[in-house]
Design a protein around this ligand. Structure first.
Ligand code: CP3
Length: 344
């Protein structure tokens, strides 16, 4: 693999000293960008994911506009259940929709651990094309959902405030739940390994709904499977584990072999450092809604956030995905503040 010209992000993942921390934004390829909206008007969601020309173009859009220190492949965590023979649609103004959700051991019979190149070859083509467009300027991040977060959609059938049906499935049919979680885990490991073969420079596991579980249930239904993914990938590529609302598990996560841990805005930098023992790279944790503040205020808050986390072993990011109606100038102020950073 060729050397990446801007390797700030990779240095931070290795825990090396840097001039300033690297920055990228979760969901940085998204609806706040007019150039994204232009493509969105012409093609539906999964067409954008499945067409390498479109997916690679959308991936590089935010890099061209703002010059983040890493790109993240445009795709979705829900391509995994699709490959496993669970239909998933993206309904406009509604979000993910699973017409036939998994609710029993019987429903599980049709769920497969697929051949990755047969089912998700288009993602690998998108990676190849994106790597060409990026021309080794910045690293490319590959990603997957955590098995628990994928189960949430497969069982609930749609987004939810509390994922009650997904939790009910786990608590009343634990054997079936673990079978589904294991199938998702096995698929995800094969998928991420294939992405690494195609040149992604790091992978992030999104556990967006981990915070729905109690600390005890989190270990049993979510973390156990993320740990399997880390074990399988960590010798091949740096792994970032992001659990939204999962500050309570940071101590265990810090001992997992992950290269970095994502933190959301409900955990202070100081507490995140304390819980993780101070040695692991952390990523986050600006409240995405704070990007509505005036640019001058955003810049002050970013500077303060870096001072609190410390410039080393730190990747500047939001605490969750960027919102669709954030002004372009405000997103720009967030990135600029990091590039202008100087320790006092
Ligand atoms: O970060 C990036 O820029 C890469 C692209 C990316 C998308 N989804 C594109 C997308 C990533 C990393 C994801 C991950 C993802 N998808 C997660 C985990 C991260 C998180 O935000 O919690 C989850 C839970 C999903 C499932 C999903 N996909 C939902 C709930 C939705 C609907 C949200 C909405 O606001 O409508 C999606 C659709 C989706 N995925 C969009 C984008 C840009 C918006 C819809 C569109 O473009 O038509």
């Amino acid at each position: 693999m060729k050397a990446i010209k801007n390797d700030l992000f990779l240095k931070a993942l290795r825990g090396e000293t840097v001039e300033r921390p690297p920055v990228w934004m979760m969901r940085q390829a998204g609806r706040y960008l007019p150039e994204f909206m232009e493509i969105k008007e012409k093609y539906d969601f999964f067409t954008r994911c499945q067409t390498p020309e479109l997916a690679s173009e959308i991936t590089v859009q935010p890099i061209r506009r703002y010059g983040m220190d890493a790109a993240i492949l445009f795709s979705d965590i829900l391509v995994i259940p699709q490959a496993m023979n669970i239909d998933v649609e993206m309904k406009p103004n509604f979000g993910p929709w699973v017409p036939e959700p998994i609710r029993s051991a019987k429903d599980l019979e049709r769920v497969i651990v697929p051949d990755i190149n047969d089912t998700l070859g288009y993602v690998m083509d998108a990676i190849d094309m994106t790597k060409e467009k990026l021309n080794d300027e910045v690293p490319l991040i590959g990603f997957a959902g955590s098995p628990w977060t994928i189960l949430c959609y497969c069982v609930q059938g749609q987004g939810s405030k509390n994922f009650d049906k997904a939790k009910q499935f786990c608590f009343t049919q634990p054997e079936a739940a673990h079978e589904l979680l294991q199938k998702i885990t096995d698929t995800t490991i094969l998928y991420l390994k294939e992405k690494v073969k195609h040149g992604v420079n790091a992978v992030q596991v999104f556990d967006s709904w981990g915070g729905m579980l109690s600390p005890t249930d989190y270990q049993e239904f979510s973390w156990k499977y993320i740990q399997q993914i880390i074990d399988a990938l960590k010798d091949e590529t740096p792994v970032i584990a992001f659990g939204k609302g999962c500050w309570f598990a940071l101590d265990v996560m810090a001992k997992s072999g992950a290269s970095a841990l994502g933190v959301d805005w409900t955990c202070s930098p100081r507490n995140a450092r304390y819980l993780t023992g101070g040695n692991i790279t952390l990523q986050g944790n600006f409240d995405p809604t704070r990007l509505f503040s005036p640019p001058s205020e955003i810049k002050k808050m970013v500077k303060q956030m870096i001072d609190e986390f410390g410039k080393d072993r730190y990747i500047v990011n939001l605490g969750h995905g960027i919102l669709p109606n954030i002004p372009l100038e405000n997103a720009g102020a967030f990135i600029e503040a990091v590039k202008e950073y100087k320790a006092d």
